[in-house]
Design a protein around this ligand. Structure first.
Ligand code: ZN
Length: 422
């Protein structure tokens, strides 16, 4: 039977699995607790608020196998990245969890969500890596991530019992799919083009967004900054988000055509597979279009430069349009910002590579307005001072000391006689 991938959100319904404050303590009471690490906590939150619609929880084995081998869920809907909860078999034995149990997932020693364990299973991690990344090379960070998963997976629906409190400066930017759709409606947007970013925007990024707005004819641009696992040398999250927001504040975008938001996601660097995933998640956020540039979500030389442009050609219509962009640069011959698809002076372009921008940010010199806006440099340096003792780039010390993106309040105990306290 033909599967309709085009309904919005993905699968047609926004999944929201959030216990009411009244029910939450009862749901959580007396359950076996499993503490989860940062990345699992982020995915629980994404599942429960519908970022990953139509998923209602962590995948069971048949779902993982279908995603890995066919790039679809078992019902035929396109899905490209396994969403799994890995636990060591030893830990499972220690807490005594079995299929059919409900367990309380905790984070930072606080209750987070209830997982109804539908299946406890194993899956060959190398097979998973080979299909998702197109390689089993251990130099690929996504492959390493997958091979590093624990040996057992718990699948089943999750229900949030304790809503995260997003900490500054991210609190003004993180919105659930429902809230973001509401925001689009306030802005009068019926169409929006998503820009996935992990960068402080240089002039090339700015024009890439402007070009995508023009070519898509969308009502606005949603900057969707990925906040998640970091490695030394990446931009610090605070600088990425606040710098994008400054583009609008400083008038490079009109207030009603530009919105900055965050997505809690750990990059897999899965190239084309991740491009498909990004499109689905942004569709769930309410976007009608998604930008894909050079080497989208790629790493090293594992994927063709424009693999993310091609992957959609072999998939059914996802109900979100790809906006394919080439490079923008400053051309001294054209004496303007120029587009790779127009300008014939490629050999004379001013390089906007990360290393050049990094030198400007680190070096104390004023950038030319053709590379990095002074307004952006200013906010990036402010962030460096405020959040990372002077550096805009992730350092081991930053990883150790940074304030958490979100916190969980203490869930009030259930005091009814039926339940033990949480
Ligand atoms: Zn030119």
């Amino acid at each position: 039977m033909a599967v309709d991938n085009t309904l919005s959100p993905h699968g047609g319904e926004l999944i929201e699995r959030i216990a009411s404050p009244k029910d939450a303590p009862h749901l959580a009471a007396g359950l076996t607790r499993i503490a989860v690490r940062d990345s699992i906590a982020r995915e629980v939150i994404n599942l429960c608020y519908g970022f990953f619609s139509p998923l209602d929880g962590f995948m069971v084995r048949s779902q993982v196998d279908s995603v890995v081998k066919n790039m679809t869920l078992t019902n035929g809907l396109v899905w490209s990245i396994p969403i799994v909860f890995d636990v060591s078999s030893q830990a499972i034995a220690e807490v005594g969890v079995k299929q059919g149990d409900s367990v309380l997932l905790t984070y930072q020693d606080q209750a987070l969500a209830v997982l109804d364990v539908a299946e406890i299973f194993s899956y060959d991690r190398e097979t998973m890596a080979r299909h998702v990344y197109g390689t089993a090379d251990q130099d690929h960070p996504g492959v390493m991530r997958t091979l590093g998963l624990e040996d057992t997976f718990l699948g089943g629906p999750v229900t949030l019992v304790n809503s995260p409190v997003i900490n500054p400066p991210f609190d003004q930017f993180w919105k659930t799919p429902r809230e973001l759709r509401q925001r689009f409606s306030e802005l009068g947007w019926s169409t929006a083009v998503a820009h996935q970013t992990r960068n402080v925007p240089h002039v090339g990024h700015e024009w890439m967004m402007k070009g995508a707005l023009l070519s898509s004819e969308a009502d606005g641009i949603l900057v969707s900054a990925v906040i998640g696992e970091k490695k030394p040398g990446d931009y610090i999250d605070e600088a990425i988000v606040l710098a994008h927001n400054r583009l609008r504040e400083a008038g490079f975008f009109l207030p009603h055509i530009h919105e900055t938001s965050t997505l809690m996601w750990d990059m897999r660097y899965a190239g084309p597979r991740e491009a498909v995933f990004h499109a689905i998640v942004r569709k769930n956020l309410g976007c009608s279009h998604h930008m894909f540039g050079r080497d989208h979500a790629g790493v090293g030389n594992y994927y063709d430069t424009y693999a993310a442009h091609e992957v959609f050609q072999n998939l059914p219509d996802l109900g979100i349009n790809s906006v394919l962009t080439l490079e923008w640069w400053y051309c001294p011959v054209c004496q303007s910002v120029a587009y790779e698809g127009h300008c014939g002076h490629r050999d004379q372009k001013e390089d906007l590579a990360g290393t050049v921008i990094r030198r400007i940010i680190d070096g104390g010199q004023e950038p030319a307005p053709t590379t990095l806006r002074s307004e952006i440099l200013e906010i990036v340096r402010e962030c460096a001072d405020k959040y990372n003792s002077g550096s805009a780039f992730v350092t081991p010390k930053y990883l150790e000391k940074r304030a958490p993106v979100f916190s969980l309040p203490t869930l009030d105990c259930c005091t009814c006689t039926k339940h033990r306290p949480v």
